[in-house]
Write a protein that binds this ligand. Sequence first.
Ligand code: ITT
Length: 223
Amino acid sequence: MVTEDFPVLVLGTHNAKKKREMALLLAAEGWELRSLADYPQSLEVEETGTTFAENARLKASVQARHLGVWVIGEDSGLEVDALDGRPGIFSARYSDPGATDERNNDKLLEELAGLPLEKRSARYVCHIALSDAEGNILAEVERNCRGRILFERSGHHGFGYDPLFEIVEYHQTFGQLSDTVKSCLSHRARAMRAFVREISRLLPERKPPKEAITSNLTTFRFG
Ligand code: ITT
C-alpha cells in the first residue's frame, strides 16, 4: 500500500530471475520493495506494445491501476544485428508461444548457423518504467549492453540467452561471468542505475531511511 510518507515499489515481473536481479540492483537504495508474489491478485499483463518502452509502460501502469500501488514495469530482450533486431520484444516467446530458454537458444543458434563470429553482434535492451497507482508514468529509462552470440552455450549463470551472449572484452558469456559482474555490466544494471537516479530526483524527500526498510520479498531482506 502507499503510505503517507513514501510509496512501496512493486517489481512488476513474473520472471523470478529478473525479479532477483532487479531486487539486488535496488537493494542498496533503501526503497521498500515488494514483488508480485506478495499480490496473489496480480495480473498477467498482455504485452501488446510494439517496443520495449510500450510494453514496460503497460506492465507498470496496468498492474499499478489493478493493484492500487506503485509498480516498476520492465521489458527487455535481445536484438541480433544479423536478424534485423529479432527476437527483440519477442525474446521470451521466440521459439514458440510456450518457449523455454533451451528452445529459444536452439532457435537462435539455428537462425545464425553458418554466420562467422564477426557477423554475430547483438545487444540486450532493458526499458524500465515507474507507474503510480493511477497509472501515470512518472519515470522511465532505457539502456543496453553490447555483445555477440557464440556458436555454443557456455556457463550456467543468469538466464535466457546468457549462455550464448559473450561480453567481448571479457571473452566470457553472461552464463560464465558471475552475478556480480553481470550486475555491473548488464542492460538491466545500467537501466536500474539510471532509474534510481530518476526516482531519487522525483521523490527525494520521500526516500525512507535505510534502517526503516523492510521487504517481504521471499528471498531478500534489505536494510
Ligand atoms: P515479465 O514479462 O513477467 O517481466 P518475461 O520473461 O516474459 O517476464 P520479457 O517479456 O521482458 O519478460 O522478456 C524478456 C526475455 O528477454 C527473457 O525471457 C529472456 O529470454 C530475454 N532476456 C532479457 N534479459 C535477459 C538477461 O539479462 N539475460 C538473458 N536473457 C534475457
